[in-house]
Design a protein around this ligand. Structure first.
Ligand code: SAM
Ligand code: ZN
Length: 273
């Protein structure tokens, strides 16, 4: 039985043919690519938009070139520390499944059987994700209304997606683990210096989160040699600055053909209290 629940009535969903169906006969088709759309229109808030096709493609191209591979390895290592045979893992805000699929593969290499899920509000993103990895169950869903049974997950991974502590605690089992990554102080410093008149270092907020015990931090810092204007643009479009950049800054960005830039992250691990 899947951990997915019906977004209409909350009953457990089971697979019947090419659809997920609940006991009250609400039915959700599985798309040809393999994901299921469990988004109800009332859950798509006006303020929250999933990533569009262009953003999803930019991120996928960038990540698939391996630029963030050291971060991905650190997340896989951290996930493996807490993994047990038969564990249930959810990647909340999974995008196009780069980390989801890598974590899944890391479990496989360690011979740990896992039930893996990914959820993202962007249908384009989960469509890519589902095509990338058929062994993961992907759903279009909001992290603010996860169609996931309470207390069903051993491990929740959330990478640069909106944070909904209440939902994350609800879906985790008692003492369940949450792993997330945040940009640290020097992340993309050279890129910011090249684009802005007065660049700022990232402010790292206190680690404490309501209802979670903070149990681990790994700093992951490395240098990326961006070899083309396209890669620089892709990276920039993955950042929150993308939305706040004026014409002058955009022109400076477009003039960059290559760039050596620091990636600086912290991988944070929490246990549900
Ligand atoms: C910066 S991307 C990160 C994606 C992926 N975790 C990664 O690191 O490659 C943020 C993701 O959050 C998704 N997102 C935004 N609002 C969301 C929501 N309310 N529920 C679920 N996903 C959401 C976007 O569609 C996007 O895929
Ligand atoms: Zn139902």
């Amino acid at each position: 039985m899947s951990i997915l629940i019906c977004p209409v009535c909350g009953e457990k969903l089971g697979i019947s043919g090419r659809a997920y169906v609940c006991g009250s006969r609400h039915s959700f088709d599985i798309a040809r690519s393999g994901y299921v759309n469990l988004l109800l229109s009332k859950h798509i808030g006006k303020a929250v938009h999933g990533d569009n096709k262009l953003m999803v493609k930019a991120r996928r191209d960038f990540l698939d070139k391996g630029y963030y591979a050291p971060l991905c390895s650190a997340v896989c290592d951290e996930a493996l520390r807490y993994a047990e045979n038969g564990c249930v893992v959810l990647d909340a805000g999974c995008g196009e499944g780069y980390y989801t699929s890598a974590v899944r593969a890391a479990f496989d290499r360690s011979d740990i059987a896992v039930e893996m899920y990914g959820a993202d509000i962007s249908k384009v993103a989960v469509e890519y994700a589902a095509k990338r990895d058929r062994s993961v169950s992907f759903a279009a869903a909001s992290v603010f209304h996860l169609p996931v049974a309470s207390g069903s997950c051993d491990l929740l991974i959330t990478m640069f997606a909106p944070y909904c502590g209440e939902e994350y605690r609800r879906v985790l089992k008692n003492s369940g683990i949450m792993i997330m990554a945040i940009p640290s102080e020097n992340h993309l410093w050279e890129l910011k210096k090249a684009v802005y008149d007065t660049p700022y270092r990232n402010e790292v907020k206190p680690y404490e989160l309501d209802g979670f015990e903070h149990i681990g931090v790994r700093r992951v810092s490395f240098t990326m040699e961006l070899g083309s204007a396209e890669d620089i643009q892709s990276l920039f479009s993955m950042t929150p600055y993308y939305y706040k950049t004026g014409k002058t800054e955009q022109e400076r960005l477009e003039a960059l053909e290559k760039l050596s830039v620091q990636a600086d992250f912290e991988v944070l691990t929490y246990r549900k209290k």
